[in-house]
Design a binder for this molecule. Structure first.
Ligand SMILES: [Zn+2]
Length: 210
């Protein structure tokens, strides 16, 4: 999931306005900011078949540090603590791990059953409701979710810009839902997909928060 995560940041920023919007956006993105770095370092594993462009066909073989409910939230709590010290804002200490775990719950709706619960046990349970198996439904529902939440909770002066930004990024991500191409461009080399993911999340956070 991509733009759907950002909608949760708008809700938290609405109720906790002392937390800067970029921190809320980084919090909900935290698992997908950590994941590309760990994949590039060879610590987490993903496999992409160049013949299949759909998100549902990407196999997240091993990602307990970035995408487990418990371990990832613990790591996010450490980052939240550092950020709250740097920005001298106590609320970030508690909010950052909550924002991060929201990512896991939303991912659990769309992912296949590959999301670990604990992240540190060999007998870990993996979850995922697999909405990505229904590409068109997933595409429309993530977009509607983003639009509705943005209209209700986004900062009033930024609503039009955030609606436009979400629309552009969702369209850019369209092929992974609808499979319009016959190949997966991101399968080129080991680093393309993690780097595109990192770039996409960073770019959205920067553009949405300025
Ligand atoms: Zn994710």
């Amino acid at each position: 999931m991509f733009i759907g995560h950002f909608a949760i940041a708008y809700i938290f920023h609405y109720f906790f306005p002392s937390m800067p919007l970029w921190v809320a956006l980084a919090g909900v993105s935290f698992p997908d900011l950590l994941w590309p770095i760990l994949v590039i370092l060879g610590i987490e594993k993903v496999s992409i078949n160049s013949k299949f462009p759909l998100q549902k066909d990407i196999k997240f073989n091993h990602y307990p540090y970035s995408h487990s409910m418990v371990l990832s939230t613990a790591i996010a709590a450490v980052f939240g603590g550092i950020l709250s010290l740097l920005l001298n804002n106590n609320s970030i200490l508690f909010l950052f791990p909550v924002l991060s775990v929201s990512h896991w719950f939303l991912d659990a709706i769309v992912h296949r059953r590959d999301l670990p619960v604990l992240g540190f046990s060999k007998k870990d349970i993996k979850v995922g409701l697999g909405l990505w198996n229904h590409g068109k439904v997933a595409f429309v529902s993530e977009y509607l979710f983003y639009i509705i939440i943005t209209l209700v909770f986004a900062p009033s002066g930024s609503i039009v810009m955030l609606l436009a930004l979400g629309t552009i990024f969702h369209i850019a991500n369209m092929n992974s839902f609808l499979g319009l191409s016959k190949t997966n461009f991101f399968a080129k080399g080991r680093y393309t997909y993690p780097l595109i993911t990192l770039l996409g999340f960073c770019l959205f956070i920067i553009l949405a928060a300025i």
